[in-house]
Design a protein around this ligand. Sequence first.
Ligand code: ATP
Ligand code: MG
Length: 203
Amino acid sequence: MDVLKKIGIMGGTFDPIHYGHLVTAEAAYYEYGLDRIYFIPSGQPPHKKGRHVTSAEDRLLMTHLATAANPHFYTSDLEIKRQGYTYTVDTIRQLHQMMPETEIYFITGADAFSEILTWKDPVTLLNSCDMVAATRPGYTRSRVIDQVEEIMGNNADRLHFLEVPALAISSSDIRQRVHDKKPIRYLLPESVENYIYKHQLYR
Ligand code: ATP
Ligand code: MG
């Protein structure tokens, strides 16, 4: 394959991956003319120390199941293979080293984006890639955005807002639903749903 011009990165715990993640990634693929989207499940997520996180192996496999059918979706074990906590800034740096000629679009939901200044080394992160914040239609700018634009300075045009319709779906809600024996059908791919039941996750 030729050198990739632009890729999208969707990081997350993916515990489990759901249609909110997939719809957002597909919208970014289309909107910014990306060649591929890489889904990168986190190893030990630093901000989720408090609760039990499903094994990396289960989260990786569910991500593979969810992305397999889309020809421009890929799943990477880059963060899971790394020891200790994983940080986005390190992942982006590593990707730049692996593909120096490729532009990187880092995709987040507005909820994650609004916490970005608490992540490791946000100034480096914000100046190392394009940032896509997925928002709900009608979303109002938060104060974080002014701070982020200040940090990005001349690069502020590399901050993008993308309206997606599926933002109400969350992994925590899906886990709670499984626990409560409520349906999760149509919130995530059937293959992932079957995996959850077969492996008795979230009970
Ligand atoms: P949890 O409820 O456990 O926090 P989550 O649904 O937020 O899980 P994560 O794996 O934490 O999923 O999120 C990975 C990335 O996907 C984050 O950038 C988050 O903002 C984004 N995201 C999560 N849900 C949606 C959604 N419904 N639409 C768009 N983006 C989403
Ligand atoms: Mg979340």
